[in-house]
Design a protein around this ligand. Structure first.
Ligand code: OGA
Ligand code: MN
Length: 309
């Protein structure tokens, strides 16, 4: 594996090493000390060999974020690549009522573009706050994939944070306060602060609709422990007073969102990013409303998230 570089992300017991092997169809380059690797030398528009898919999957589980540059994909090709990881998970409830990509409703569109009054994609041009995708359902997606078709000249960078690392480096006292506890993951608002379709305004987090998950879970594919935070707004730790829950959540989020746990992605057209949604948070910078940003997106169904022992 001459071209593979080491990463701070530890190898995972029971998962084959994520450095591309001697016969691998690609090589790996570390993107940040905390997480992320670039997959070099793979054209995702071509069919992938089962051995390549297995190597990609191992790399994804180890590095949590994989970046592929210089890709040119049709929607069916994006769907074919995504399906290698598992069953596609359709987009969450669209705030505007109709799929953004009617020919391929499994593909979500993330864009600030509009046709008259009608948005052509989700999330607009504002900041998207730190979050995990759709943890407000019982079985949140295991993976999400974003393919950049148009990117602004500046702004709109996306960041991912490693929640294994955040948990491992958490002060023992803080960890003890969340062990065995679960939180409510509010389904009312998306990461751009837009109310999801069919929802009512919620101001008391104790009344928020959405799934309950343990705060420390076992990663279903690797068995590693990870912190699970979802999103901050309307979060609530069950069994605490609202004030205690707010204070503890503020501490947890401040810890998890530190820059040493994160990787920053400055997008180029043709970038594809695949992330592990169980063990990473992500957020996006705002960008100039007059510039164009357009991405096609898929996600893969995940399993229930069980508490750590
Ligand atoms: C997403 C998301 C951020 C971005 O697609 O889940 O949060 O950079 N996107 O557009
Ligand atoms: Mn997201």
């Amino acid at each position: 594996m001459p071209n593979a570089t080491a990463t701070a992300t530890a190898p995972v017991p029971g998962v084959p090493p994520a450095t591309a092997g001697a016969c691998a169809a690609f090589t790996l380059r570390t993107l940040s000390p905390a997480l992320g690797a670039e997959v070099v030398g793979l054209d995702l528009s071509r069919p992938l060999e089962p051995a390549t898919v297995a190597e990609l999957r191992a790399a994804w589980l180890q590095h949590l974020v994989l970046r592929f540059r210089g890709q040119a994909l049709t929607d069916p090709q994006l769907l074919a690549v995504s399906r290698h990881l598992g069953e596609l998970d359709p987009p969450g409830p669209n705030p505007y009522g109709a799929p953004f990509n009617p020919a391929h409703p499994e593909i979500n569109v993330i864009s600030n573009l509009r046709e008259g009054d009608r948005p052509l994609g989700n999330l607009g041009d504002g900041e998207a706050v730190w979050h995990q995708d759709m943890t407000y359902i019982d079985h949140p997606p295991m993976a999400s994939m974003l393919y950049a078709i148009e990117v602004p000249p500046s702004g709109g960078d996306t960041y991912w944070a490693n929640l294994h690392l955040a948990l491992e480096s958490m002060p023992a006292g803080l960890r003890r306060r969340i062990e065995g506890r679960s939180a409510v993951h509010d389904s009312t608002y998306n990461s751009a602060g837009i109310m999801r379709r069919g929802m009512k305004d919620v101001t008391d987090p104790r009344e928020a609709p959405g799934a309950r998950h343990p705060l420390i879970v076992v990663h279903p594919d690797t068995g590693r422990e990870t912190l699970l935070l979802g999103r901050r707004r309307n979060g609530y730790i069950l069994g605490l007073s609202l004030a205690e829950s707010e204070a503890l959540l503020d501490e947890l989020w401040a810890h998890a969102c530190q820059p040493q746990f994160a990787f920053r992605q400055e997008w180029k057209v043709g970038d594809v990013i695949l992330w592990d949604n169980r063990s990473t948070l992500h957020r996006r910078d705002s960008f100039d409303a007059a510039s164009r940003r357009r991405m096609h997106r898929t996600q893969i169904k995940g399993a229930a998230l069980r508490p750590a022992a």
